[in-house]
Design a protein around this ligand. Structure first.
Ligand code: ZN
Length: 200
């Protein structure tokens, strides 16, 4: 790449362009915004990144990210230890927490089974999940996985593996989103919502 900005700035752009959702063009714009707002943005961001790199770790129980291990959720005595919500990645855990609809614990798989990408069971945190499910206090494993082919393949596999333990295995309902107009939904969602109908 022709360097017009000097090696330090080109390095900043190259690193930013590796972030999800940013290509070289948006990385260039982001770099410029950071450099223009040195004291308000660039320096505080650099400090926040250094702190995060030094202090954030992966929870040895659930796989979430926190500055403490076990994480705040795993150590919270007010959360229901009989429920484990299984998610693909930490982003899904955060989404679940934002919704404030769940007061149990989590298990982060670290990905999904994928024949196409060559991801097998050993690449995911499935063994530790089975160990946790075998604990006597656990009553239910909720599979909160994406409604994609890989998500469903993974859910099916986990349901089979968890059948040996004494926990109920459930899945999130699929169907009409809150505030959703039927007219705007795709056929697959409408068909799934019809199959998953319940007494009114
Ligand atoms: Zn944890």
């Amino acid at each position: 790449m022709a360097s017009s900005a000097g090696p330090e700035i080109e390095r900043l752009i190259a690193l930013l362009s590796k972030l999800p959702g940013l290509g070289p063009r948006s990385a260039r714009r982001a770099s410029l915004a950071l450099l223009k707002r040195r004291d308000q943005l660039l320096v505080p961001l650099a400090e926040a990144m250094t702190t995060a790199a030094a202090r954030v770790k992966t929870c040895s129980v659930c796989g979430s990210l926190d500055t403490q291990d076990p994480c705040a959720i795993c150590s919270d005595p007010t959360r229901d230890g009989s429920l484990i919500c299984v998610v693909e990645e930490v982003g899904a855990l955060w989404a679940m927490e934002r919704a404030s609809a769940f007061r149990g614990r989590y298990h982060v798989l670290g990905g999904l089974l994928s024949a196409l990408d060559g991801v097998g069971p050993d690449a995911l945190k499935i063994g530790p999940l089975l160990e946790r499910a075998a604990a006597t206090e656990v009553r239910e494993a909720i599979l909160a996985l994406p409604a994609t082919v890989d998500g469903q393949t993974t859910a099916h596999y986990l349901a089979e593996r968890l059948a040996a333990s004494n926990v109920a295995v459930t899945m999130l309902a699929r169907g009409v989103p809150v505030g959703g107009e039927l007219d705007w939904l795709d056929d697959g969602t409408i068909a799934q919502a019809m199959r998953a109908r319940r007494p009114a």
